[in-house]
Design a protein around this ligand. Structure first.
Ligand code: C2E
Ligand code: CA
Ligand code: CA
Length: 393
């Protein structure tokens, strides 16, 4: 069982309200069950209930309807009345899985199908998992990928306009699923965020990126590795400690990494973002505002946010040479950023003409397929030997 709209409660009423809501739901649930039933919270806003004594599907259905209705009735959280929905997936033993893992996974698939179809519950049917998205939503696979060795980082060079040197790389996560092959990061990052796995995933990325930075520094290539964070990472009180610990363990200075946060993630909870940015900049780590221009931020926030860099979203960059509006936006963004002492990166640069125009507009850094796609470490080393910017006219 998963709550619908839990994120909205967290985002709009704050995390204490979210915690209260989870506790209320948990105690409502326990109140509706028998001694022999088991209820557990799996993580985030997800619960599992085990009914060892129900023997007919009708009995299951009745109980599930009762639970859905019971949880959905308006809840009091603080001074607010909240209407929360639920999605429940049902899997039966042994026909839907005779092992714990398969049973849970099939219940989860059924739950996602219920959610997608705006139903409060759905029973598992074989064939449901044919759908690609349902497959992707399988967090047990992702959890395994994080703890196993299925994830890797690719690195995309960032070129300093002034001297055409590569001064940094952005670390981008890659997942090769053993059966399904390449899973796009946009998709599995979203799964990780929803499934409460983003903490583990980001920490895997941070550790891996720092250890790679250490190897490059050791090889006499002291570049800065940019690491993407998610909004949820900002709520981890021990993130600072983790990062400090990893930097020490790998023996590199804080300036060997930087963090990227999207503009919309920052704006979803500016207070929390400001606090986290403050604490990490204090130890010498710089922040970049990713996908700049797609969120709704204001100059006032930019000034308060101790950020060093704006990364203009590639939607403004790709048509830059043909779209007059984009050029005005990019030009004024660069001018404004420079006045605030913030450097600007253009991402998604695919052609020489765009590079040339960005040079005229005084953009500081360039990233994009025109320089290189994100590459695994070994291929980046080859490109480095060949000269990363040798092809630029
Ligand atoms: P992003 O942070 O905006 O990353 C830039 C994306 O643009 C990357 O896609 C990159 O491959 C792509 N790109 C770079 N240059 C060009 C270009 O010239 N043209 C075009 N069309 N695309 C270009 P990718 O690797 O598929 O990553 C997608 C998104 O997934 C990232 O967007 C980021 O939001 C997320 N992501 C990737 N790795 C991580 C991670 O480790 N942690 C978190 N939280 N998010 C990640
Ligand atoms: Ca990024
Ligand atoms: Ca971006």
């Amino acid at each position: 069982m998963d709550l619908d709209g839990f994120k909205d409660v967290n985002d709009s009423l704050g995390h204490d309200a979210g915690d209260d809501l989870l506790q209320t739901v948990a105690s409502n649930l326990t109140g509706m069950l028998r001694e022999t039933d088991t209820v557990a919270r799996l993580g985030g806003d997800e619960f599992a209930i085990l009914f060892p004594e129900l023997d007919s599907f009708e009995a299951i259905e009745q109980l599930v309807q009762k639970i859905a209705a019971g949880v959905m009735s308006p809840l009091e959280v603080g001074n607010h009345r909240i209407d929360i929905g639920v999605s429940i997936g049902i899997a039966r033993y042994p026909e839907d899985g005779d092992q714990q893992e398969r049973l849970l996974r099939n219940a989860e698939i059924a739950m996602y199908v219920a959610k997608r179809n705006d139903k409060s519950y759905m029973a598992y049917q074989s064939g449901l998992n044919q759908n690609k998205l349902e497959m992707l939503l399988l967090k047990s696979d992702l959890r395994e990928a994080i703890s196993g060795d299925q994830l890797s980082l690719y690195y995309q060079p960032q070129i300093n306009m002034a001297d055409k040197r590569c001064i940094g790389v952005e670390a981008l996560a890659r997942w090769i699923h053993p059966e399904r092959g390449f899973v796009p990061p946009d998709e599995f990052i979203q799964v990780a965020e929803r499934a409460g796995l983003i903490r583990d995933l980001s920490r895997w990325v941070i550790n891996e990126a720092i250890s790679q930075a250490a190897r490059w520094h050791g090889d006499g290539w002291p570049i800065c590795v940019a690491i993407n964070l998610s909004a949820r990472n900002l709520q981890e009180p021990d993130l600072l400690e983790f990062v400090t610990d990893r930097l020490n363990a790998h023996g590199v200075p804080p300036s060997s990494i930087q963090f990227e946060l999207t503009e919309s993630d920052i704006m979803s909870d500016p207070e929390t973002a400001i606090a986290m940015i403050e604490s990490l900049t204090r130890i010498g780590i710089e922040f970049s505002v990713d996908d700049f221009g797609t969120g709704y931020s204001s100059l006032a926030y930019l000034k308060q946010l101790n950020i060093s860099e704006l990364k203009i979203d590639r939607s403004f960059i790709s048509q830059l040479t043909s779209d007059g509006d984009d050029m005005v936006i990019v030009h004024s963004t660069i001018t404004m950023a420079h006045k605030l002492g913030i450097r600007v990166v253009a991402e998604g640069v695919e052609h020489q003409a765009v590079w040339d125009l960005l040079e005229v507009l005084d953009c500081d850094l360039i990233q994009g397929y025109f320089i290189s796609r994100p590459l695994p470490v070994a291929e980046l080393a080859l490109l480095r030997e060949a000269g990363i910017t040798d092809h630029i006219g």
